[in-house]
Design a protein around this ligand. Structure first.
Ligand code: CP
Length: 317
């Protein structure tokens, strides 16, 4: 049984296999098998549009079935005080795998300990979002035809941005040069940075760029990865502070490398102006979102059957 609770749960070889399979799926594929005897539970105790819809569509594509709770924080027995542990054990009795999102960053370790079926992390509070990282890596590779050696700039709320936490591990594994520009919040007359947590900075070399210096370096950057300020998480800590962060808009779009990819896990707030959505470098609305479907289809197939032989039509061995 394989879980996918953090990006470290898959080897580089397995990630390559899954992403090659995602490419095959995108290029038109014949189903190697039907999942009509398989069912996944989608248990989302935090809001989602892309992750839940793409997982559910992926399972339909594979011919499987789903049971789903889109607003589990309100509609499940969590509201009656049921623990995450008991919830996971219960759902596992009704399905072959669980796709779960919850605000507690520790829930994946509870799942690892207690689930008898594979669990996929679809977002763990301000912890990780490993399936988003897979599709982001895939999008970068499609755009640049390589990953190693690329310069990637991570911007926004890097403290709470779970997509960033997962992605930076993969970027390091694949040999990227990582830059980061955290947002700043002024609270009680003091500045506070929404910075990458120390546990990531201690393990992964990356270069910090101040907000007012980004325009000086963005010509050199291959991928700009923007994230929103997670107000729902920082309000608890800071109330209504003044927030400053790097933004992309008409004033600086011409400074960006002509071949660059501008990515965003979405949802987007003010960090990317809507008037650059039609720029050819803006890959967040179509390419990146669509890859969520291909990559999650490949991942579900891998997790539910764990047999890459079935993936083979020339891409993998
Ligand atoms: N990127 C992402 O996780 O989007 P959703 O919150 O809409 O699922």
């Amino acid at each position: 049984m394989r879980h996918f609770l953090c990006v470290n749960d898959l080897s580089k070889k397995e990630i390559d296999t899954i992403l090659n399979w995602a490419t095959t799926i995108e290029n038109g594929w014949e189903f190697c098998r039907s999942m009509n005897n398989k069912c996944i539970s989608c248990f989302f105790a935090e809001p989602s549009t892309r992750t839940r819809f793409s997982f559910e569509r992926a399972m339909h594509w594979l011919g499987g079935r789903i049971v789903t709770a889109a607003d589990a924080s309100a509609s499940s027995s969590l509201t009656k005080g049921e623990s995450i542990k008991d919830t996971i054990r219960t759902i596992g009795q009704y399905s072959d795998a669980i796709v779960m999102r919850h605000s507690d960053p520790e829930w994946p370790e509870i799942a690892r300990q207690y689930s008898r079926v594979p669990v996929i992390n679809a977002g763990s509070g301000s912890g990780e979002h490993p399936t988003q990282a897979l599709l982001d890596l895939h999008t970068i590779n499609q755009k640049w035809k390589t990953i190693s050696g690329l310069k990637i700039l991570l911007c926004g709320d890097l403290e709470n941005g779970r997509t960033i936490h997962s992605l930076m591990k993969l970027l390091y594994l694949y040999g990227c040069e990582i830059y980061h520009c955290p947002a700043k919040i002024n609270y009680d007359d003091s500045d506070y940075e929404l910075s990458l947590p120390n546990k990531y900075l201690e393990e992964i070399p990356c270069t910090k760029v101040q907000i007012d210096q980004v325009n000086d370096i963005i010509k050199e950057i291959n991928v700009i990865y923007m994230t929103r300020i997670q107000k729902e998480r920082i309000l608890k800590k800071f109330g209504q502070g003044d927030i400053d962060f790097f933004k992309i808009n008409k004033n600086n779009i011409d400074l960006i490398n002509k071949q660059a990819a501008i990515l965003h896990p979405l949802p987007r707030n003010e960090e990317i102006s809507e008037d650059i959505d039609d720029d050819p470098r803006a890959d967040y609305h179509e390419r990146q979102v669509r890859n969520g479907l291909y990559v999650r289809t490949a991942l579900l197939d891998y997790i539910l059957y764990n047999n890459p032989i079935y993936f083979s039509n020339g891409n993998n061995s």
